[in-house]
Write a protein that binds this ligand. Sequence first.
Ligand code: GLA
Length: 397
Amino acid sequence: MELSTVPDALAGAFRDAFAEEPSGVWSAPGRVNLIGEHTDYNHGLCLPVAIPRRTYVAARRRDDRLVRILSRQVPGERTIPLDGLLQGSRGGWAAYAVGVLWALEQAGHRVGGLDVAVDGRVPLGSGLSSSAALECAVAVAAVDLFALEGFDGDEGRRALAQVCVRAENDVAGAPTGGMDQSASLLARRDTALLLDFDGDVAPRHVPFDLAAHGLSLLVMNTRAVHSLDDGQYGNRREECAAAVAELGVGSLRDMALADLDGSLRRLSSDLLRRRVRHVLTEIDRVTRTVAALEADDFAALPSLFEASHRSMRDDFEISCAELDTAVETARTAGALAARMTGGGFGGSAIAIVPASGVDDISSAVESAFSAKGFREPELFPVSAGGPAMREPWTGGR
Ligand code: GLA
C-alpha cells in the first residue's frame, strides 16, 4: 500500500469500528541504532536514526475514562479502563498505548478516554522499536487532543519521551532505557541523533545523508524472535547494575576507559568483566563514530561497526546465529560496515552499503539464510526519517 494512503484507510477503519470520524491521524517512526547498544541505561551514548517505517494512529477523545483500541494488524477490539490500569492489564500490545495515558496522568497532566485505531507499519518483534513507535504516536495524539502543555520543541519532546519510557517500564513491563522513545520523538531527516543519557544533556543532530555519498542503509530483519520483556534484556540490565555496585560508582559512565583494565580487575567475575568492557568500549565507539560522520570520514566506520558487533557477540552476548550470518554475509558481499542493532537476541542488523549494491547484498543474505535453514529475512533500505507528528490528514473520504 502507498504510504500516503495509510491515514485515509486508517480513518476508514476507525469509522467502521466506532461509527464516528476520528479527530486526526498521528504517526511516529521506528528506529535503527547506528551504534551504542545497551548504553542508554548505563548513562552512556547512542546514535539512533528514525526510519520511514511508522506506526499510525487515528484517534478521538471520549467523554469517559475508557480507551477503546483496535489494530489493523491484530484481530479484535479491546476496551481498557484508564483507572486501575496497573492492576492486571499488564501485557499485550494495547498496554503500550494505554500506558502512555496513564503515564501522562502520573506526570500531572489531565487526560481522558480515547477511541484509537492503530496501523503499525514497523515490523513487530523486529528490534526496530515498534513498541516505541506506538507509544510515541499515541503520545503526540494525546498532547494535541487534550491540549497538554509543556511538550513543545526539543525540550518538550524530551519530557514526552520520559512519559513514554515510564509507560513501557511500568505498564508494559519492559525494563528498557530511553533510546527508542527519544529517537521516535526527536529524530530529524538525514541526520543521526546523538543521545547522551548522563544527566540533562541536549541531543545533537549529526549529519547522516548517506545518499549524498552514494551509500544506502540496509535493514536486515532476521525474523529471529526478539522480545524485550522476556527477561534476557532485563538480565543484562541487572548484570550492569551488579557491576556498578561492585565498583562503587554512580554508573558505568563514571568509569574511565583509560583505566579499563584496572576497573575490570576489581570485578568479581569474568562475566561482569565482559559486560563492563562492552559498555565502556561501546560508548567510546559512539564518540568515534560521531567524529567520523562530522568529518565526513566514512572510511572509519567499518572497523567501528565490526568492533561493536564483536563486542555484542562475545562480551555482551546478545547476538545470535541469524544476526551473525546477516552481518558476516553482508560484509563479504560488499557492505562497507555492518552490525546488529537494538536490544539483540534476534531482531535486526544494519549494513551501510553502496547504493548500487543493495540488491546483490540482499540476495546474498537471503541465500545464506536459506542455506542455513533460517526463516526468510526481510531486507529493505531506509533513509533517516523525521519524528512523530500529526499527519496532514484533514478527514473525509
Ligand atoms: C532496546 C531498548 C533500548 C536500548 C536498546 C539497546 O531497543 O528499548 O532502550 O537499551 O535495546 O541499545
